[in-house]
Design a protein around this ligand. Structure first.
Ligand SMILES: C[C@@](CO)(OP(=O)(O)O)[C@H](O)COP(=O)(O)OP(=O)(O)OC[C@H]1O[C@@H](n2ccc(N)nc2=O)[C@H](O)[C@@H]1O
Ligand SMILES: Nc1ncnc2c1ncn2[C@@H]1O[C@H](COP(=O)(O)OP(=O)(O)O)[C@@H](O)[C@H]1O
Length: 274
């Protein structure tokens, strides 16, 4: 059985408070994007080991047992004693991009196992499992535009549709550590709360909708700021870094002709429709 975990972007991201447990409270809108990995599982005939993971295309660092799809499988296996499985992960969403690719893979693995082995878990139950795998992982269970607060795990649905808009996602060949990005933030409540700005016309977002990580990440990696500026030069109605970086997305009106970008070699570029 096969499924297609998709990326997300952050529309606005305010870091409001450092918590006693070291994590931070934040406010953001997660919006799904059709940039997809492919994830396939089969029951494994060789019963001497629990799983075999094969990944294809983009590289993922780390040991197989640390891969989030494996962690998702082992989490459900602990409760439901699943058969051994063979996993094929075709990676198209760049890692460490602020696009939530690892979290999407994990959430889609939970949904896939639920269907394949008829576990009859509800979305709410799947969200509880997903939340243990990563702060933004549970978003991908329902996978609809969502306002997130708390550590990024308390959700309320929002009615926001960007249907018809085009999106460009550009990721330069630089790595931003989420943990390090948080350590450079001075938390504060925003002048214009994300939840309110998002209800305004998209033309107003450029001045009002802010990703707090940009202020700390741009000075260290000027290339990310340059990409954002280029997206505005090319006609984006709104552009921003996603999550803690290092990708930047630009939203373009349906009728806008997106040019062929000419970024440095090693830069990831995706153009699609919302
Ligand atoms: C901050 C966001 C916004 O979208 O960044 P991106 O991952 O998308 O870039 C996400 O919520 C991230 O979610 P996720 O990537 O799952 O975070 P985790 O693995 O749980 O945490 C990585 C590290 O970031 C820090 N962290 C994470 C979330 C949070 N609310 N406060 C934190 O301080 C912690 O130091 C933690 O060890
Ligand atoms: N299935 C997976 N896909 C991508 N990264 C994974 C996966 N499993 C574990 N990881 C690890 O998670 C880290 C963060 O990846 P990812 O979630 O894609 O980035 P981000 O949180 O910036 O959106 C990577 O450095 C990688 O080592």
């Amino acid at each position: 059985m096969i499924t297609f975990p998709n990326a997300k972007i952050n529309l606005g991201l305010s870091i409001t408070k450092k918590r006693p447990d070291g994590y931070h409270n934040l406010e953001t809108v997660f919006y799904p994007v059709a940039l997809e990995d492919a994830l396939e599982i089969h029951t494994y005939s060789q019963e001497d080991k629990k799983f075999a993971l094969y990944h294809h295309e983009l590289e993922i660092t780390g040991n197989p047992e640390d891969n989030l799809v494996v962690r998702a499988y082992l989490l459900l296996d602990k409760e439901y004693h699943l058969p051994p499985i063979e996993i094929h992960l075709y990676k198209h969403i760049p890692s460490g991009a602020g696009l939530g690719g690892g979290s999407a893979d994990a959430a889609f693995m939970l949904k896939l196992l639920n269907e394949y082995y008829r576990l009859k878990l509800t979305d709410s139950q799947l969200e509880v499992y997903a939340a243990t795998l990563g702060a933004d992982c549970a978003f991908f269970i329902k996978n609809t535009p969502t306002f997130a607060e708390g550590i990024g795990n308390i959700f309320s649905p929002i009615s926001l549709s960007l249907k018809g808009y085009q999106i460009a996602i550009i990721k330069p060949d630089v790595f931003v550590s989420t943990r390090e990005a948080f350590s450079k933030i001075h938390p504060h409540h925003p002048e214009f709360p994300v939840k309110e700005v998002i209800r305004r016309p998209i033309e107003e977002w450029k001045e009002l909708l802010i990703n707090d990580f940009e202020a700390s990440v741009f000075p260290q990696h000027p290339i990310i700021r340059e990409i954002k500026e280029e997206l505005y030069c090319q006609g984006a109605v709104y552009a921003s870094m996603s999550g803690s970086g290092s990708s930047v997305f630009g939203l373009f009106r349906p009728e806008c002709r997106i040019p062929d970008f000419n970024f440095k070699e090693g830069t990831f570029c995706y153009i699609g429709k919302l």
